[in-house]
Design a protein around this ligand. Structure first.
Ligand code: EPZ
Length: 434
C-alpha cells in the first residue's frame, strides 16, 4: 500500500495533459458486451477501476487487449495504447461479489447482459463511503423493459424471456436523475423491440459519449444530453472505433490545483463546456479561467473570496468536485457554504481537512467553511476518490509536510497524478507504507 509525502508551499506553473474520462470509459466498456466483432477504444486511462472492468469483461467472455504505445492527441506524457474488446463467449452472465465490491460501476453490465444474453447475475453493490447508493432505479428501468428479477444470496438475478420491449418511462429518483442508471437502461433499450422514451434522464456528457458510440455501432438514439432520450431498438450492434471524452472531473481538479497554489496552469485536451458551473464558481472566488482551442488557462494571484455552492445534476456543479472546492475555500477569505444535494453524506474529507487546521462545520447536507490564513501539514487518511484529491490539493499549500495514507483510493480515478503535479512544480513522493 502506498502513501504520499506532500511538501507544501509550492506554486504550480506549466502544462498538464488531461486523460480520457474514467466515468465515460467504464459504462462504454460494459456496452461493448452488446457488440458483434471488435471494438477499439481510444483514450481509456490506465486506472485500477479500468483494470477491474477489464477483469470483469474477461469473466464475462470478452477478450480485452491493451495496445502498447501512445494514442494521446497531444504529444507529451503518453496515455497507454488503445483497448480492443471482443466478445468471444456469450454463455457467461455473472458479475461476482469479488469484483463488484471493489467497483460499484460493475452494475453497468446489467443492461447489456439482459439485452444481449437475456440473463444477468450481478452481486448487489454494498455500502459506500460517500453515502447511500441504491440501484433501485436501474432495476426498475429494466423491469419496465420486461426483465424479471429475484434476489439470491446477495445477487440480483435478472432474466428476460424473448426480447426486451421498449416503453415510455420516468427514471428520476429522490436525488434527481441517475447517471449510470440512465446509461444502463439506454444500453438495454438499444437492443429492445420498439421505441423507448426515457424521461428524467441524466444529461451528463458521459451519457452522450456512450450514446454516440452506440449510434456508431448501429443504434438509433436521439435526445441524449437532454432529460428526454428516445431509443429505437435495433436487431444488432457491431464493433467500432471510439475515442472517449476527456475527464472533466480530473480537469476540474487541476483547475482548483492552479487556484489553491496561486499558480498558472495550461490544461490540454479538455472541454470547458463540460465545466461551466465549475468555472462559474471559480470566477466568483476570484480565479481567472479562459480557453483557447481545447486548452483551458487557469491562474490566480490573490486571496480568494468566499462563495456559496450547491451540488446539482449536470450542467450544475458536480458532486465529484465538491471536496476539491472545499479545500480551496478552506484557505479563502470569510465564510463559504457548500450544500451537497446528490450524496448528502459525502463529507468524509471535512474531518481530515480540519486536522490540517481548516475550520469547517458540517450541518446535515451543508458544510460551513470559515477561511483560515494557512493550513498545516499533518498525517491524513484517504477515504474515497475525490476526498483524497482534496487532501492532495490541501497538502500542496499546507505549511510543512503532509502524509496521505491509503492512496489506492486516488489510483482508482487519477492517472499518474503525482507525476503530472510534480511536472508543474509540486513536490509529492509516493512511498511504500510502513
Ligand atoms: C456516477 O455515479 C459517477 N460514477 C459518480 O462518480 C458521480 O458522483 C455520480 O454519477 C453523480 O454525478 C461513475 O460514473 C462511475 P447516480 P452513479 O446514479 O451513476 C441516487 C467518482 O467520484 N440513486 O447518478 O452511481 C444515488 O444514491 C464517482 O468518480 C438512487 O436513489 O450516481 C444518488 O443520490 C463517485 N437509485 C443519486 O441518485 C439508483 O438506482 C445520483 O446517483 C441510482 C441512484
Amino acid at each position: 500500500m502506498y502513501s504520499f509525502l506532500i511538501h507544501g508551499g509550492t506554486r504550480l506553473k506549466g502544462k498538464v495533459e488531461i486523460s480520457g474520462s474514467k466515468n465515460s470509459s467504464l459504462p462504454i466498456m460494459a456496452a461493448c458486451l452488446m457488440a458483434e466483432g471488435k471494438t477499439t477504444l481510444k483514450g481509456v486511462p490506465r486506472l485500477s477501476d479500468i483494470d477491474s472492468m477489464v477483469k470483469l469483461l474477461g469473466d464475462l467472455g470478452c477478450h480485452v487487449y491493451r495496445h502498447e504505445g501512445a494514442d494521446s492527441v497531444v504529444p507529451g506524457p503518453s496515455l497507454d495504447g488503445p483497448l480492443d474488446i471482443t466478445v468471444t463467449d456469450e454463455k457467461k452472465a455473472e458479475a461476482s461479489y469479488d469484483i463488484v465490491k471493489t467497483m460499484r460501476a460493475s452494475i453497468c453490465v446489467l443492461g447489456p447482459l439482459l439485452a444481449k444474453r437475456k440473463k444477468a447475475v450481478v452481486s448487489i453493490p454494498g455500502g459506500c463511503n460517500i453515502g447511500d447508493r441504491p440501484v433501485d432505479l436501474h432495476v426498475r428501468g429494466m423491469q419496465k423493459l420486461g426483465a424479471q428479477f429475484r434476489t439470491e444470496n446477495g445477487y440480483m438475478v435478472g432474466e428476460v424471456s424473448g426480447r426486451l420491449k421498449g416503453c415510455r418511462m420516468y427514471l428520476g429518483g429522490a436525488q434527481g436523475p441517475t447517471v449510470l442508471g440512465t446509461i444502463n437502461v439506454m444500453c438495454a433499450a438499444a437492443l429492445a423491440e420498439g421505441e423507448t422514451v426515457l424521461v428524467g434522464a441524466a444529461c451528463e456528457p458521459e451519457v452522450s459519449d456512450c450514446a454516440n458510440m452506440l449510434n456508431k455501432m448501429g443504434a438509433r438514439i436521439t435526445g441524449h444530453g437532454t432529460p428526454e432520450i428516445r431509443i429505437e431498438g435495433v436487431e444488432k450492434l457491431s464493433g467500432v472505433e471510439h475515442r472517449v471524452i476527456p475527464d472533466r472531473i480530473e480537469c476540474g481538479t487541476f483547475m482548483i490545483a492552479a487556484a489553491i497554489t496561486n499558480g498558472e496552469l495550461e490544461l490540454k485536451h479538455c472541454n470547458l463546456d463540460h465545466l461551466i458551473a465549475v468555472a462559474d464558481r471559480l470566477e466568483e472566488v476570484g480565479v481567472k479561467v479562459s480557453r483557447q482551442n481545447g486548452t483551458i488557462f487557469v491562474s490566480s494571484n490573490r486571496r480568494l473570496n468566499p462563495v456559496e455552492m450547491t451540488t446539482q445534476p449536470y450542467p450544475g456543479f458536480p458532486t465529484d468536485i465538491q471536496a476539491q472546492l472545499m479545500a480551496l475555500l478552506a484557505i479563502g477569505d470569510g465564510m463559504s457554504v457548500i450544500t451537497e444535494r446528490i450524496f448528502p453524506d459525502r463529507f468524509l474529507h471535512v474531518g481530515e481537512l480540519n486536522r490540517m487546521g481548516a475550520r469547517i462545520r458540517k450541518e446535515g447536507p451543508t458544510a460551513v467553511i470559515q477561511g483560515v490564513k494557512e493550513l498545516q501539514g499533518a498525517t491524513v487518511m484517504c477515504s474515497d476518490l475525490r476526498a483524497s484529491a482534496a487532501l492532495v490539493l490541501a497538502g500542496m499549500v499546507a505549511k510543512g509536510t503532509t502524509r496521505l495514507d491509503r492512496v489506492y483510493h486516488i489510483d482508482r480515478g487519477y492517472e499518474k497524478i503525482e507525476q503530472k503535479l510534480n511536472a508543474v512544480g509540486a513536490q509529492i513522493e509516493r512511498i511504500n507504507d510502513r
